[in-house]
Design a protein around this ligand. Structure first.
Ligand SMILES: Cc1cc2nc3c(=O)[nH]c(=O)nc-3n(C[C@H](O)[C@H](O)[C@H](O)COP(=O)(O)OP(=O)(O)OC[C@H]3O[C@@H](n4cnc5c(N)ncnc54)[C@H](O)[C@@H]3O)c2cc1C
Length: 379
């Protein structure tokens, strides 16, 4: 079985490793010159115990259960949320703050060791029945299976006519040094001034180093979209965060988009499969996609090696379907609340911290069920 995997992020490298281990002939194509760089991620990955709870039906590959210590920069114990009013709440979440550059390389090294052929600095494009490669390596390749693990602007998804309908999150993130952070807490900040239609975050990477970012949605921004201006305002003026961040220095700037609408109608068509961001495998409540990308990559690799493409959608649905759908449903409910700080503050006052944790995991608690029925949502 000849398999071409497009994109060497977590989904693609995992798919390539899995298919190669199962005996397929695998080519893994990556357009970047350097796998994992530039980083477009906060690097927050919950510990395995949390992942088992988040994705209870998924079989977690060992690469998610035991991330090598050299890739883990820091560990957190709690997640702290700030309402627009400044009121905060926290719940326990054991988290790993990973260096995505090292983590993505680790996954790619494993794919290579399993026998996959890696082709970096090379762009792949679907051309009828074939895949055209250009860049460092120019070729036209025929493969029995094409795995589209090519991220949120997937060329394979476009070729399949698989469109994500919901508005994506647009992110800007700085790695900052010399900041005064709580090393044990991953923090999320809500409010129209700080992150319209999304949230701002601080993910601690060390004693005084953190990823500080915002994820917003265009339709929530009045007037011109100025991501840098919004993040600057958060860092300089947020009543709680500003005090701790404003003297820090920016050492890296990262941008990216995050699908927020769950899986599109089709994630498989003929011999093409989509995995990871390309297939909307992202928790819509948090924007976290790495664990789902790795799980989906594993399933894509297994299915690709088996040659029975028709089982893919059902296999993904079985392992990831419920949490993904739950998170999209909750995001749509909370979307209306996010249009005003007053309603966000009210929601915060209604929910206890463990209920907030449930919401993040895509589980709708009773007060929101009530809100949903009051608002007569069509989900
Ligand atoms: C700012 C930001 C912060 C985030 N923070 C977190 C976080 O803290 N925790 C978390 O779990 N998730 C986070 N995410 C989401 C997470 O980064 C993604 O869900 C995850 O990277 C998805 O993995 P993937 O393998 O599907 O896609 P990607 O990691 O996007 O990999 C796709 C790869 O395909 C390559 N590619 C694309 N097109 C082609 C082509 N035509 N030919 C060849 N190669 C191609 C790209 O270069 C890329 O390397 C964040 C996202 C952003 C933007």
């Amino acid at each position: 079985m000849r398999v071409i995997v497009i994109g060497a992020g977590p989904a693609g490298s995992t798919a390539a490793e899995t298919a190669a281990r199962l005996g397929a002939e695998v080519i893994l194509v990556e357009r970047r010159m350097e796998i994992g760089s530039p980083v477009q991620c906060g690097g927050f990955i919950p510990e395995a115990s949390e992942l088992r709870d988040l994705l209870p039906d998924a079989v977690l590959p060992e690469t998610l259960v035991e991330i090598p210590e050299r890739c883990v920069l820091n560990r957190t114990k709690v997640q702290r949320l700030y309402a627009p009013s400044g009121r905060s709440a926290e719940f326990p979440v054991a988290g790993r703050c990973v260096d995505r550059r090292s983590f993505d390389r680790y996954l790619a090294h494993r794919a290579a060791r399993a026998g996959a052929q890696l082709v970096v600095g090379t762009e792949a494009e679907i051309c009828g029945e074939s895949v055209r490669l250009s860049g460092r390596h120019a070729d036209i390749i025929d493969a029995e299976v094409i795995v589209g693990a090519d991220g949120p602007s997937s060329t394979v998804a476009k070729a399949m006519g698989s469109i994500q309908k919901d508005e994506p999150g647009i992110c800007l993130e700085y790695e900052m040094a010399d900041v005064d952070i709580d090393k044990g807490a991953a923090e999320m900040y809500f409010g129209e001034r700080w992150a319209p239609g999304g949230y701002a975050w601080i993910i601690p990477l060390g004693d005084d180093i953190a990823n500080v970012g915002i994820g917003v949605r265009r339709s929530y921004i009045r007037g011109r979209m100025d991501l840098a201006g919004i993040l600057k305002r958060f860092i300089a003026e947020h009543p709680q965060a500003g005090e701790r961040l404003r003297r820090g220095e920016v050492v890296a700037v990262m941008r990216g988009i995050v699908p927020a609408g769950g899986m599109p109608e089709r994630i498989q068509s003929g011999r093409m499969l989509l995995a990871g961001d390309a297939a909307g495998h992202v928790m819509a409540t948090s924007g976290g996609g790495v664990p789902l990308a790795v799980v989906a990559g594993r399933i894509a690799g297994e299915v690709a090696a088996s040659g029975d493409m028709d089982i893919y959608t059902e296999r993904v649905e079985r392992e990831l379907g419920a949490p993904l759908r739950g998170s999209v449903m909750i995001r749509r409910v909370v979307d209306r609340t996010m249009r005003s700080d007053r309603s966000m503050d009210l929601l915060f006052s209604l929910l206890d911290p463990m209920t907030m944790k449930d919401i993040q995991r895509g589980r709708l608690p009773a007060p929101l069920e009530k809100l949903k029925s009051l608002a007569d949502f069509k989900l």
